[in-house]
Every structure is written in C-alpha cells, then in structure tokens.
Design a protein around this ligand. Structure first.
Ligand code: SF4
Length: 168
C-alpha cells in the first residue's frame, strides 16, 4: 500500500493538514496578491501538484473539493463523478469500469464518517467541474474565486473554506 493510500484511510490527519494549509493560504493572500497571482502560481503549482499527486492521486482539476469528499479525489473515479457513485457499483463495492478497484465514492463515504470537521459536507451537491481550470492551482483559484463561477444557486466547497477562515 502506498503512503497516500495509507493516509487516505486515516483522513483526520489529512483533514487537519488541509485545514491548516487552507488557513495559511488565506493568511498569505495579501502577499500573494502583491506578488501577482500568475507569478505566485508558478511557484506554488509544482509543489501543489507533487504533494497532491503523492497524497491523493490528484488529477489537477483546479477546483479541489477533497474536504467535501472524505479526502478522496473524485476525479480518480473513471467517470469523474463529483456527486456520488453511478448506478453501476458492484455488490462488493467495486467500480463498474475497473472491477479490480474499489468505488471511489464508497471509499469517500466511508472516510467521510471518520473525519472530524468536514465529514458532513459529503452531502453537498457539487457544481459541474469547469474544465477550463484543469492544470491550474486549486489554491490560487480558491483565492481568486475563479473556482466559484457555478450556475446560480450552487454552493462551492471552497466558498465554505473561505467563509470558515474569514475571521483569520
Ligand atoms: S479534487 Fe481536483 S485538485 Fe483536488 S485532489 Fe482531486 S483532481 Fe486534485
């Protein structure tokens, strides 16, 4: 088992690290704005990509909702589903497309029950993914708000993060 998979089965630690990192980014926002988002992204992107790839098998969608999905990347679902499983989950909890793999959403739900802060966000309905943000930094997109242009009425998971840290 990889380090990332081992940690994902202990989501509280990842959740705490995620919360601390998002708080840090919100604190650093004035500095990042002064530096410029484009220049800052050049520095942040390689670190974000490497870290998230190791920990979450991240696909760099640019709109991170990990904390709302049991610290399990929804983009690792072969169908890229961001709102729960499809109708094809096998009786043993495995994927319809890749029978040797457990369903990403079965794992996400199980892990969300073991989280201490964001576990209940698994019930949030996520807006459609914006493919234009693929390959960009989700942290920078959270700060600029470019990951929050969903259709009217949708709640963005990163909007919840920003709201939670508004008093910092
Ligand atoms: S939700 Fe997007 S940014 Fe977050 S880990 Fe998955 S692919 Fe990466």
């Amino acid at each position: 088992m990889s380090l990332g998979a081992w940690l994902r089965d202990r989501p509280v630690w990842l959740e705490r690290a995620y919360r601390a990192t998002s708080a840090l980014f919100v604190r650093l926002h004035p500095l990042i704005r002064r530096l410029g988002y484009v220049r800052s992204e050049r520095l942040i992107l390689p670190v974000e990509e490497l870290g998230k790839r190791i920990l979450f098998d991240c696909r760099m969608c640019g709109q991170c909702i990990l904390h709302s999905t049991g610290m399990t990347c929804p983009m690792t679902c072969p169908k890229n589903l961001r709102n729960g499983p499809c109708g094809g989950v096998r009786a043993n909890g495995h994927c319809e497309v890749l029978p040797e793999m457990r369903c990403v959403w079965v794992e996400a739900f199980e892990r969300s029950l073991r989280m201490e802060t964001y576990g209940r966000e698994i019930i949030l309905i996520q807006p459609p993914v914006d493919r234009r943000l693929e390959g960009s930094s989700a942290w920078i997109n959270m700060l600029t708000g470019s990951d929050r242009h969903p259709p009217p009425g949708w709640i963005s998971a990163s909007a919840v993060l920003v709201r939670d840290h508004a008093d910092l």
